[in-house]
Design a protein around this ligand. Structure first.
Ligand SMILES: *[C@@H]1O[C@H](CO)[C@@H](O)[C@H](O)[C@H]1NC(C)=O
Ligand SMILES: *[C@@H]1O[C@H](CO)[C@@H](O)[C@H](O)[C@H]1NC(C)=O
Length: 329
């Protein structure tokens, strides 16, 4: 396989190996209400069957159908500043409320609003009722040959938000003393989406630094920015053990593998001078490929599929307690 940069819109997960649940003829179609457009972004509501192979699901954004909906999906970021943004009408006895959130507690505020209201969770946490990772790797049917893109640069980082107090800021500043880092993003070098992969693929390493340390929180910084651009991810985030539940251990470098930023910098400089050793970080690519989980419609269709798999009756006394306990990584 020769490396080529994909346009980001082609990464929609269409060939999911999660087997679609075929619905028995007599089983009624489920109606899922999209309570708020996530981040005000509209998306097509008719793709569950045609794109994701999930039958028996109808999505709607029409709140007039609230009383008919089998489930209501609430995207946390869009309801978190006011409790009154949640449905106020009594719910039909069979209706389930699904909490949808892809952000860590640093960003997802007011979790106590959710007490005694929700029936299911849909998040990046693997122990959610509907698990929505940002990406995953998929085993290939047979090993493939591949070509590593030409590398002329060393370390890249793309950052748009500087969260005060985030561990990554401090770590970056320390690392920058020992190894040159090209920083892109707001207040730094500009990088357009169209050039993203072409530019980043020239780097040997990419700093996939998460804004938070949270169980299973491995975002597009890892899957898209590093993996899809074929730059070796240097990760700062949850523990190495947690990463290795999803990703081969020899596919990334973890900052915790080193006692200090200087130790990490020395190692990266060593790899820069040792092609054979550097290339070992790509060995996994003969056996796996990267699949990203993108598209809002994808998430909402999976919510609908999850409804069929979840128990008919269930409630979550404290979403907050469940979500925050996840820091035990
Ligand atoms: C991969 O490369 C090896 C060595 O060049 C070659 O023998 C093999 O046929 C190639 N496999 C595929 C699937 O192209
Ligand atoms: C959903 O959760 C609510 C609030 O805890 C509960 O009253 C309701 O019975 C649950 N419904 C189902 C179908 O699980």
């Amino acid at each position: 396989m020769v490396f080529t940069c994909k346009h980001r819109d082609t990464t929609v997960d269409q060939l999911s190996n999660d087997s679609p649940i075929s619905v028995h003829n007599k089983e009624k179609e489920l109606l899922v209400l999209v309570w708020v457009w996530p981040f005000s972004e509209h998306f097509p509501l008719n793709t569950c069957q045609s794109v994701y192979g999930i039958s028996g699901c109808k999505l709607t954004a029409d709140r007039n159908l609230y009383n008919k909906a089998d489930a209501v999906v609430m995207h946390h970021i869009d309801i978190m500043y006011d409790k009154r943004l949640l449905p106020q009408d009594p719910r039909p006895h069979y209706q389930r409320w699904i909490w949808f959130n892809m952000e860590p507690p640093l960003i997802a505020k007011n979790l106590h609003f959710l007490d005694n209201m929700f029936n299911m969770t849909m998040t990046f946490r693997q122990d959610s009722d509907v698990y929505r990772p940002y990406g995953r790797i998929e085993a290939l049917k047979q090993p493939q040959n591949f070509t590593i893109p030409a590398k002329s640069k060393l370390v890249a980082w793309v950052v748009s938000q500087w969260y005060p107090g985030a561990r990554r800021n401090e770590y970056y500043e320390e690392l920058d003393k020992y190894i040159p880092i090209d920083v892109y993003g707001k207040n730094h070098m500009t990088l357009s989406w169209d050039d993203f992969c072409k530019t980043i693929s020239q780097y040997k390493f990419y700093l996939a630094f998460e804004n938070s340390i949270h169980k299973d929180y491995i975002t597009e910084k890892f899957w898209h920015n590093a993996f899809e651009s074929w730059a070796v991810p240097v990760v700062l985030g949850t523990s190495r053990k947690n990463y290795e539940r999803f990703i081969p251990g020899d596919a990334f470098i973890h900052v915790d593998d080193f006692p200090s930023a200087k130790g990490l910098a020395d190692y990266l400089l060593q790899l820069d001078n040792d092609d054979e050793r550097y290339k070992k970080y790509f060995n996994w690519r003969s056996l796996y490929r990267v699949r990203r989980e993108t598209g809002w419609d994808n998430h909402y269709c999976k919510a609908c599929r999850g409804l069929r798999q979840a128990p008919d009756y269930q409630f979550i006394p404290s979403v907050e307690k469940w979500f925050l306990k996840g820091n035990n990584v």
